[in-house]
Design a protein around this ligand. Structure first.
Ligand SMILES: [Zn+2]
Length: 124
């Protein structure tokens, strides 16, 4: 079964979560130092590898825009697209779908940068 680390950012949770179950690893709110952040990312990746989806409730949370963006880009990467190209494609689609919603487009651009940064760090 495919599962992957997914970044969740909504009013209930900000941090890494499992794509398949309710496992998550919230980011400590005081974390602003980039080194502390990457330590947190590595810790999350390790804990994610070690968790058993069967021990957690199945995923029911609604996906945020950030998460949906990463999911669409990830699908393209798995089909052989380079991460940069995948992100550009998803971004173009979102710009078409949400032509009259500048806030959505703005968020998508931020999501694109986050996605590429996390790919570079080997997190997703
Ligand atoms: Zn899981």
């Amino acid at each position: 079964m495919g599962r992957w680390l997914t970044w969740v950012s909504d009013q209930h949770l900000q941090g890494w979560a499992c794509s398949q179950c309710e496992w998550n690893f919230p980011i400590p709110s005081l974390l602003t130092d980039p080194e502390a952040k990457s330590a947190y990312d590595r810790l999350a990746a390790g804990k994610f590898q070690g968790h058993d989806c069967a021990q957690h409730p199945a995923r029911t949370r609604t996906k945020s825009g950030t998460e949906l963006f990463a999911e669409r880009a990830r699908k393209l990467v798995m089909r052989g697209y380079k991460p940069k190209d995948a992100v550009d494609l998803v971004l173009q689609e979102i710009m078409l779908e949400h032509r009259s919603e500048p806030k959505v487009v703005e968020q998508a651009r931020a999501d694109a940068e986050d996605f590429l940064r996390r790919i570079r760090q080997g997190l997703i």
